[in-house]
Ligand binder design. Structure first.
Ligand code: PLP
Length: 430
């Protein structure tokens, strides 16, 4: 069969070869609506990250909340009024959004490449910006900067390739995660000034990622992280204003976009009381959620875990009291979760279920009783039985697959006769 011949969609989950990645669009859309509601309540905007699913369909739901809003021929925009754009983690994710932009426009015209820019990626960013500008004059691709050398690379690129070209940048600030980002003090202001004074780079916004919110799981601690984040950013903006004041520049501080958050902290940012004019949240994992987010408490229940790995029982080992499933680290990854275990079986999420997914190798996972000497319910796991697994970290598990099979399942039970209604193809590579 030639690759452009339409492939027939398998009818139900039972028709799929395992392992397979399944998304419950019902839960995905509900998760998207909850975050859209949250930003509306706070009077702020949303620039969702698409790294978790890497698809146009998922991106559309993130900024619409409802796929039935999709291009129905009406003149009104299908997009939520608070959707400002997207963040991506790879260039193919940007390519996917830019390819969708001619039809969709709106937030598809404002895209941040959310990983610190390297010199090797500048020509592709330049090409993508040129393509987007042809679709719409207002189209913008932004890069992430936290070091003066990155500004110098962009200046050099423009001198060599396109003297009239202007890169647009977010300055990445470290507000406690300590992974990337410059400090919210004079050193950070130096980098901001380097951008502001550059003939080839525009300072579009400030960006902090509250990744440290993954380490806490009480509403008080999540709030603390969100409040500290905003304090550091507003303090940084005061320092920047002070530095700019005597310089007689016309830099428009009031237009600076401030992008904050993460999935665990998405509902903890007290946006109403903060006087930052262009504030936006940028969570991404909330679309699928996972066991990590069940632990942080931001995922309201297992029903909201929209992405699961479909697997089959392939072994019974009575001598060692285990059952084997045909999905391992190449389908779920070995990322952990604070509550322990390598993943969880749908319907057996509770400790009271008496079984745990305890050991994973490349292509398989072992299930055993959760207590020493416990009974393994072999009758509930006959060979060939289909089960779905809740991943510890959905962003990493989803990235193991080339296709996602879509179901619309309000019961969130992922039963084997659940019809497959669509398939989404994620952007791969870097
Ligand atoms: C820079 C950046 N922004 C936003 C996000 C989205 O955060 P989350 O995955 O918590 O939704 C991530 C996720 O790792 C990130 O690295």
């Amino acid at each position: 069969m030639s690759s452009d011949e339409p492939q027939e969609l398998p009818q139900t989950l039972a028709d799929l070869s395992t392992p397979a990645f399944v998304i419950n669009r019902h839960a995905f859309a509900e998760n998207c609506r909850a975050v859209l509601k949250q930003v509306a309540l706070g009077g702020i905007r949303l620039r969702p990250h698409i790294k978790t699913h890497k698809t146009v369909e998922g991106a559309f739901l993130q900024v619409c909340g409802n796929e039935t809003n999709n291009d129905n021929g009406k003149s009104t925009s299908p997009f939520d009024e608070n959707a400002s754009g997207f963040v991506t983690s790879t260039l193919p994710e940007i390519e996917l959004l830019v390819d969708a932009a001619p039809k969709l426009k709106g937030p598809f015209l404002d895209i941040l490449y959310g990983v610190g820019i390297s010199e090797s990626k500048l020509s592709r960013i330049h090409a993508l910006q040129t393509k987007l500008s042809k679709i719409d004059d207002s189209g913008k691709i932004h890069v992430m900067v936290d070091h003066p050398s990155q500004v110098e690379w962009m200046e050099q690129f423009c001198r060599n390739v396109s003297k009239s070209f202007q890169f647009s940048a977010f300055l990445k600030l470290d507000t406690g995660y300590h992974r990337a980002g410059t400090t919210c003090d004079a050193r950070g202001v130096d980098v901001a000034m380097k951008i502001i004074q550059s003939p080839h780079v525009t300072l579009f916004g400030l960006y902090s990622h509250c990744g440290h919110a993954y380490d806490v799981n009480t509403p008080e601690d999540l709030k603390d992280i969100a409040v500290t984040d905003m304090k550091l950013i507003t303090g940084f903006m005061d320092l920047l204003r002070e530095r700019l004041e005597p310089m007689d520049t016309d830099f428009p501080m009031e237009k600076l976009v401030v992008s904050v958050g993460s999935t665990p902290s998405a509902f903890s940012h007290d946006t109403g009381s903060v006087s930052v004019p262009n504030l936006e949240l940028h969570p991404g994992n909330y679309t699928l959620y996972d066991r990590q987010q069940l632990w942080t408490g931001v995922c309201p229940s297992t029903n909201h875990v929209a992405g699961r790995v479909l697997s089959r029982v392939i072994g019974h080992y009575l001598d060692r009291n285990t059952v084997l499933l045909d999905a391992g680290a190449t389908a779920l990854t070995k990322d952990g979760a604070p509550q322990g275990g390598v993943c969880q079986i749908t319907g057996y999420e509770d400790e009271s279920s008496g079984i745990v997914c305890h050991k994973m190798s490349q292509e398989v996972v072992q299930i055993k009783p959760s207590t020493e000497g416990g009974t393994m319910p072999y009758d509930q796991f006959p060979l060939g039985k289909l089960v779905t697994l809740l991943p510890n970290h959905s962003c990493l598990a989803a990235a193991c697959f080339d296709t996602y099979y879509i179901i619309d399942d309000p019961s969130c039970q992922f039963k084997s006769d659940q019809p497959i209604v669509d398939q989404w193809i994620p952007a791969k590579g870097w």
